[in-house]
Structure formats: C-alpha cells, structure tokens
Design a protein around this ligand. Structure first.
Ligand code: X8Z
Ligand code: ZN
Length: 618
C-alpha cells in the first residue's frame, strides 16, 4: 500500500488515534456531530485512485515481465523464485486495489475512470487470496509449474534412455513414421505432466478463493467477465461462433480420417471412430499441417513448401524474423528497436533450460519489446514469427496509453493481429520477397494451398474451443480433481473427434502437458483469434481495394490497410472491443462468415470428396 494509491485509506488510518497504544497520546476533542451525512469518496478520489493505479501497475508489470523473461530463458530455482516474488507483489496490489475500486462504483464517474476501474477488476488471470501466506504459496506454484513444463524431458519408458525435450518428441510426431515410435513420443511427453497434478489442483483452489474474494463465482467467471459483456453472454457467443464453423471442421475431419485410415489400416483408424491423436503430427492434435503430403488434393501439382525454401535459401532464424518485420514496416509501421534484436531469444540456447513455447514480451512497458522462440526453420515457425510480431506491434502501438488501456481490445484481438498479417503471406507475397521464383495459381494449386491452411486454421477450431471449456468446468467444480483427465478426453472426443493412443487414467494429468494449463494462460483468446483474424483480413483487404476471392488477397505494402490496422492497435483497450471492431470492420459482432468465405473452395471440394461417405464419430 502506498500513499499515492490509497490516500483515502491512509487518511482514515491517521484519523484513528492510537487506541491500541498502552500509553496513548491524548485524543483531541471529538468533533461536533455533523449535520449532513459524512462525506464518502468522491468522483475526484476515484479519478486520483485510477490514475495512481495506472502508474503503480506499470511498475509492477515491468518487474513481472522482466523477472518472467529471465525465468523463461534461464530456468533455475533462483530465477523461479525471483519471478514468484514479482508475481506475488502484483497479486498483493490487485487484491487490495480491486475491492477499493469497487467502493467507487456508485459514483458519477467520467468515462475513462469508469473504464479503468472495470478493467482493473478483471485484470488478474490468477487472483490470489488476500492472506499473504496463501498468496506466496500460489505465486510459488505458478512459477514452479511454468518451470517444470519448460524443463520437462522424457527419458524412455524405463527412464534410462536418451532424454528428449518437447521439440524432439514433437519432431517424431511430425515425421509420422512408425506407429510404436509415435505412441512412445506421445505417451512420453504426456507422462511428464503427471507429477504436476497436485500443484495444479492447489492452483485451482487458491485461484478460486482469490476470485471469490473479488466477488466472482469462481476463476472461470472472472475470465469470462473480461469481454465488455455479461459473462454468460460471452459463453453464448463462443457457442454461436463454434456452431458457425463446426460443419467446416467436420468435413475436414471426415476427409482426413479417411486418408489416415488408408495409410494405417481400418483396424487402427476405424471410419466411425475418433482420429487417434498421435497420428496428426502434433502433440495436442491442434495443428494438422504435418499431414499435408498425405491429404493434398493434388499431390502432383507443385505447391509452395516454405520449409524447403527456407532451408534452400539458407534463411536463418534472425532472417526469418526480418521477413516478418519487413511485412509490418511495408504497412507503414515502425522498424523494431535495436534492443529487440539484441535481447530477443530466436533459437534454443545451449547449456541451459528455457521455455521454448513461443511468446512476446513487453519487458518495461516502455518499448523494450522482445520475442522468445526456438526457431527450427519450418513453415510453422514462419507463421509463428508473424504471430509474435503481432503482439510486439500491439505493445509498441499502445504503450503510450495509461497502463490499464495497454492491452488488446480483447485478448482475442491480441492473438489475431499477427495471424491476420500471416494470412497475407500468400504465394504471390512469397514470390514478391524472393522466396520462390514463381507461384502456380490454377484451381488445383489453389485447392492445395487451401488444404495447407485448413490443416492449421480449421483443424485448430475445436481445440481452441475446448481447452477453456475444460478449465471453466474445473474452476466451477463441475469437474472434480478425480475426473480431470476423464473430462479432458470426453471434451476431446466430443468436440474434436480425437482419442488418445492408449487408455488414460486419473494417474495421468494430460491437460498439464499443454503449455497454457501449467502457464495459466486463458485459451479462449485463441479460438476468438482463429475467427477474428479472417474478419480483420476481410476488412483490411477491403480497405486495400482488393477485388476477387479473399484467399488471393495480400495487404503487403498497402498503406491504406496499414493505417487502419495501426489505428486499431493504437486504441488498445481504451474502448470496448465492439467499438474497436467496428472502427476496423464496420461490424460490431465477431463473425465466422469471413473464415467460411475464405475456405469456400475447399469446403465445396470436401463436400464432393465426402459424398456417400460416413462422417462423424461414435
Ligand atoms: O501459444 C500460442 C502462441 C503464443 S501466444 C505461440 N499459440 C497457441 C498454441 O500454441 O497453443 C498460437 C496458436 C495457439
Ligand atoms: Zn500469441
């Protein structure tokens, strides 16, 4: 508690003369009783409080991000501890400031102060109980879980083999060669999470307690409250969007399963069952890009293999990031600061443990931005570079705003910026920047390209939808700890139509094998982003004067689209996201028709392929 933040509290404390003191100073005469009601907090107090909270939050977040970046790029017990201290300090601030903010609720406030107070209330993703001991415990668990995920390795079924990290195990799945090796890599990685179950269970208990102390039913209700609409309406929005895209996903599922069944045999991939999760080339079955060679509509028609081009042209990790920066600057956005190049982590460093999961950082909230990746030179990395730079450009655009506005319009917007840019990485663009000599563009090549993208974007949709369904149910108590893994696989089955390669039990903790669960990063943002990025792309293409199908559009070098985009980024969270969306697209609702338009050719092609086939799963 500092004088700047809580002038009122301090004033009250000073007024309570030393009654607990054994030799008290004499109290002044009590004032004559007031005729009017005692003055409560005023709108001016609220404004002073919100302004001070913006300043203090910026300091605390800079400490959190700085220690967090060190802990993520150099995992040791010491860096973990330092990160936990910073997290605990932020938690302490929020658990005092949020109830305080509530005391101003009924005043007639100016719009900014009102919005600051509302944003403050939903700021914590991991609210701590007010009790300092419990708060430190929670911060410690949070750091430990993150560190465990980053350093986890699988050393063979008996623990005595060569130890492999997530990248190495993922590469086995991506190559998709031998059934037994795939099962081994999948089971091995998922096994690393089993020991984190107890920590996670405690994180849920303490996070829920923190959320309840702030007036939310549970932590899931707090997360759902951050969307400028009632929490229940948000859950209904998610359902509405999912229902818009579900038929497209199910078509892709049907076709891909049939090709997998041809490859592995109908005994291993039955045509009326979910797809075995270890066969799609990704640890969590969230991105099926590795299956492109198997499912390409016209395998003999040349298609643009970005991984090959990167290797052939010897584009190293930094040069890949330069391509990404080049796209943003072509839109009129600024070059990245020199410190970005000096302080980012582009490749896995030798000799120390790091969290390789890609991320973007705003370490001082004043322009010291970075990304942290372990780039291996794949086409996926190329997309992820643009994704991360989307975060970085958002930071650069909004850091001049008060801290509570220095956020995405909603968290889905933050995740969608770089992905929307990457949708403009079309064959035409790749030729423009010299990665390919020419791009085939007949109907067959278009379908190949559509399939390539769908294996990433469409396959992701149910995954994005279900992760937080699982967490919402865990936080609300609908899913008890004794059913953590069971509930996970029921959702994976029902929504995604995938199944584990071997039976799972409650001795496993499979949700913990996905970064965002131990990292406590809300996930619905990625589902929203999967929809929003196409909506943004459609609007930007319109601003750029693009004519023709959406999938042919690239906004590369288009100043008009760039200006519109930058204006959105500069708004940060200063307005409800509906206003931000309207400013860019003219629409006030998130809407999946853009992704459906984009994939119209593939959708029609899948209909023809699936005609007369049995789709769906039992
Ligand atoms: O976590 C990420 C980014 C960092 S914000 C690399 N993504 C999700 C994931 O990997 O699960 C991007 C797509 C979905
Ligand atoms: Zn992201």
């Amino acid at each position: 508690m500092t004088p700047r933040i809580f002038p009122l509290l301090l004033a009250v404390a000073a007024a309570g003369c030393a009654t607990a003191n054994p030799t008290p100073a004499p109290c002044p005469e009590p004032p004559a009783p007031e005729v009017t009601a005692p003055a409560g907090p005023t709108a001016a107090d609220a404004k002073a409080f919100a302004d001070a909270a913006n300043v203090r939050l910026r300091e605390l977040l800079a400490r959190l991000e700085t220690t967090g970046y060190i802990a993520a790029t150099y995992i040791t017990p010491d860096t973990e501890r330092a990160a936990a201290w910073a997290e605990s300090d932020l938690m302490a601030f929020l658990s005092e400031a949020i109830p305080k903010a509530a005391s101003f609720r009924d005043l007639d406030l100016d719009p900014d102060t009102r919005r600051f107070l509302q944003l403050l209330r939903t700021k914590p993703t991991l609210p701590a109980p007010a009790d300092a001991k419990l708060r430190d415990e929670l911060a410690g668990i949070s750091s430990r879980l993150a560190g465990h995920y980053g350093a986890a390795k699988y050393c063979g079924p008996d623990g005595k083999g060569k130890c492999r990290d997530l990248d190495e195990l993922s590469n086995v799945l991506h190559a998709g060669k031998k059934w037994d090796d795939l099962v081994d890599a999948w089971v091995g990685w998922h096994g690393t999470a089993a020991e984190t179950r107890g920590d996670y269970q405690r994180l849920v208990e303490l996070g829920n307690q923190g959320a309840r102390e702030l007036g939310f039913a549970d932590l899931g209700a707090l997360w759902r409250s951050g969307y400028d609409m009632p929490a229940d309406d948000f859950a209904a929005e998610v359902d509405r969007l999912w229902n818009q895209v579900k038929p497209l996903y199910e078509k892709l599922h049907c076709y891909v399963r049939r090709r997998l069944s041809e490859q592995w045999g109908a005994d291993k991939v039955p045509l009326d069952q979910p797809i075995p999760s270890h066969l799609v080339g990704n640890m969590w079955a969230q991105d099926w890009g590795a299956l492109y060679p198997l499912v390409a509509p016209y395998p003999k028609v040349a298609s643009l293999d970005v991984t090959r081009a990167i290797a052939k042209k010897k584009v190293d990790a930094k040069a890949m990031v330069k391509y990404g920066e080049g796209f943003f600057t072509s839109l009129g956005m600024p070059a990245l600061p020199q410190t970005f190049w000096e302080r980012s982590q582009f490749v896995r460093p030798a000799g120390r443990e790091v969290i390789c999961h890609a991320s973007a950082w705003d370490t001082d909230h004043k322009g010291d931005v970075r990304i942290k990746m372990c780039i291996q030179g794949t086409a996926d990395d190329f997309v992820t570079v643009h994704h991360e730079l989307g975060h970085v450009y958002y930071y650069l655009a909004y850091d001049r705003l008060p801290e509570l506005y220095a956020e995405g319009a909603n968290d889905g917007f933050h995740e969608a910026i770089g992905d929307a840019v990457a949708l403009s990485v079309t064959p035409g663009y790749l030729v423009d920047v010299g990665l390919f000599p020419k791009a085939p563009n007949d109907d067959k090549a278009v379908l190949n390209e559509q399939m390539r993208r769908a294996l990433d974007k469409v396959a992701f949709l149910p995954f994005g939808r279900l992760i937080d369904q699982w967490r919402w149910d865990v936080f609300s108590g609908k899913t008890p700890p004794s059913d953590y893994t069971g509930a996970w696989w029921r959702l994976k089955h029902d929504i995604q139509g995938v199944a584990p390669p071997v039976a799972r039990t409650e001795a496993d903790f499979d949700p913990g094998a996905k970064f965002h669960i131990p990292g406590n990063t809300p996930y619905m943002r990625y589902f929203l982003a999967a929809i929003l990025q196409f909506q943004f792309h459609r609007a930007l293409c319109k601003a750029a004067g693009h004519e023709g199908p959406l999938y042919t559009c690239s906004i590369f070098k288009n100043a008009e689209a760039g200006e519109r985009f930058w204006a959105l980024l500069q708004m940060g969270a200063s307005r409800p996201w509906q206003d931000a969306l309207e400013a860019l697209t003219g629409e006030r609702q998130m809407d999946a028709t853009a992704i459906l338009d984009y994939f119209a050719p593939l959708s029609a092609w899948l209909d023809a392929q699936n005609a007369g086939q049995q789709c769906g799963w039992q």
